[in-house]
Design a protein around this ligand. Structure first.
Ligand SMILES: Nc1ncnc2c1ncn2[C@@H]1O[C@H](COP(=O)(O)OP(=O)(O)O)[C@@H](O)[C@H]1O
Ligand SMILES: O=P(O)(O)O[C@H]1O[C@H](CO)[C@@H](O[C@H]2O[C@H](CO)[C@@H](O)[C@H](O)[C@H]2O)[C@H](O)[C@H]1O
Length: 458
């Protein structure tokens, strides 16, 4: 294929993508787990930038346009059009081992009669991507950078992680993991910004970025981060489900997890110092939560009958005036899937925040209670994800986690019941939206919490 086959001057902004490829992507994108625009038919796919990484392997940023931009801006609703990162392979014949990665055969334009596939599944493409990261430099609008103190060996065998993810991750030789962001938003991604800042702080709870790559077009944005792979680690969700299945307690683990969370919060507060002269106001926070609830009710009507009960949590927060704890940078999407345990040590990963929220919002300072609430919701998720439900198991985890947090942070999240309840309610509303969009079978799990939280109305 000629090098210029897909090249258009990417500085000119969105350009119509070669028709046949656009057609293929229109059908393929909505089927991907990481596609954020589910439920909103894609009307067009346009090219934002194309970079040939090597012959037959194209790095693409594409923009999707949608039929019906939602009339409301709910927390789980992406803006009317979105930008996605793709690595496409192009071959005359696709070997059977790559059959599952096929996007389709182009029938027009310079790619006519060639098969296009998702090259993250191709070890050759994945290996070459690692080589780019090992050697800092540029390729078109792409810029590859690394921490020169970290040695990344050459020739590490890649494998695409088979996890239910918002992005795509490649593991190299069980030594490094490259997370490739799929939905791209302008600005630095907190999943690069925060772990780098924590590493500078000497915090060992978070794997430090070894290399990363960005784009300068259409705007500056982070595209991927390579970090050490914790090969002996198991994620907290798997551990919690194992413990439930065996009828075991999880309180020791939860206590240690509380300590780890507090340690990360303390490191975040040092890494991102803020002006604490004006404590955060609760009323605007309560209003924002209430508006998110309104939008969620419009998207998921099952929430409607519980809306007044849920809102009482936000009202109770709103009347409190200023918050007792200062706001700071936080994790933003903390749950049991974001913590990994190796031996006795809990590590925290994925500082991207809730993927559906705008980047600027995810990088804002917020109450650390929001992360605590996220983890408490996760204990409830685990307890409710299997029969018989074990609410008392979750309650014991909750107490242990808060006690562990208090031991490290020297303040106890349970001393802020209104804030905690409001954040748990806000998180449950987010989860309802998330599940309705991505995993409808799971909707009963957060809906059970919604019923409980609404019934707790004061
Ligand atoms: N440093 C790491 N070491 C070991 N496993 C990891 C590491 N980082 C991520 N993982 C695994 O990859 C999965 C997905 O990573 P995550 O950052 O949560 O991606 P996403 O934001 O796409 O969901 C995690 O659930 C975890 O199992
Ligand atoms: O890990 P991500 O950044 O992709 O987070 C999203 O997906 C999570 C599910 O994979 C989702 O988490 C919800 O389900 C978990 C169990 O699978 C549970 O532990 C969490 O408590 C619950 O919120 C998360 O909300 C979403 O942002």
């Amino acid at each position: 294929m000629a090098k210029t086959a897909l090249h258009r001057p990417s500085g000119l902004g969105p350009a119509p993508l070669l028709t046949s490829l656009a057609e293929l992507l229109r059908a393929w994108l909505p089927r991907q787990r990481w596609f954020a625009g589910k439920g909103r038919p894609v009307t067009d796919v346009t090219l934002v930038s194309t970079t040939e990484l090597y012959p037959g392997c194209l790095h693409l940023l594409v923009r999707t346009e949608h039929l019906d931009p939602p009339a409301h801006g709910s927390p789980g609703t992406p803006p009317p059009d979105d930008c996605y990162q793709l690595l496409l392979g192009v071959r005359k014949v696709l070997p059977p081992r790559l059959a599952h990665a096929a996007i389709g055969r182009a029938n027009a334009g310079p790619l006519a009669d060639l098969i296009v596939y998702d090259a993250f599944h191709d070890p050759r493409a994945a290996g070459l991507l690692l080589e780019r990261l090992r050697r800092p430099g540029t390729a078109g609008p792409l810029r590859f950078e690394r921490d020169i103190r970290v040695t990344v060996p050459t020739g590490l065998a890649p494998r695409l992680l088979d996890a239910e993810q918002s992005n795509s991750s490649l593991v190299y030789g069980n030594s490094f993991i490259l997370k490739v962001f799929r939905r791209i938003q302008p600005g630095i991604n907190p999943d690069l910004e925060v772990p780098r800042a924590l590493a500078r702080q000497g915090c060992t709870r978070v794997p430090a970025p070894a290399a990363w790559f960005r784009t300068s077009r259409p705007q500056e944005a982070t595209l991927g981060v390579l970090q050490p792979f914790l090969r002996e680690a198991t994620d907290g969700w798997t551990l919690a489900l194992e413990s439930l299945a065996l009828g075991l307690e999880f309180t020791d683990e939860a206590y240690e997890l509380g300590r780890a969370t507090a340690e990360v919060h303390l490191a975040l507060a040092s890494a991102f110092p803020i002006d604490v002269t004006s404590p955060p106001q609760n009323r605007p926070l309560a209003t924002a939560m209430s508006e998110r609830l309104d939008a969620a009710v419009r998207s998921v009507p099952e929430l409607g009958p519980h809306a007044d009960g849920l809102r009482s949590a936000f009202d109770a927060l709103g009347v409190l005036g200023t918050a007792a704890r200062p706001a700071q940078r936080i994790h933003g999407d903390l749950h049991l899937g974001q913590v990994l345990r190796a031996g006795q040590q809990w590590s925290v990963i994925d500082f991207e925040g809730e993927p559906a929220r705008p980047l600027t919002e995810r990088r804002r300072v917020q109450s650390p209670v929001r992360d605590v609430a996220g983890m408490l919701r996760s204990f409830d998720y685990a307890a409710r994800s299997r029969h018989p439900w074990r609410p008392e198991w979750a309650q014991r985890c909750r107490e242990a986690y808060c006690a562990g947090y208090a031991a490290e942070a020297e303040w106890d999240p349970r001393e802020e019941p209104e804030l905690l309840r409001a954040y748990e309610t806000d998180r449950a509303v987010y989860e309802v939206l998330y599940e309705a969009r991505h995993r409808p079978d799971w909707l009963p799990v957060p809906m059970a919490a919604v019923r409980r939280l609404a019934a707790e109305r004061q």
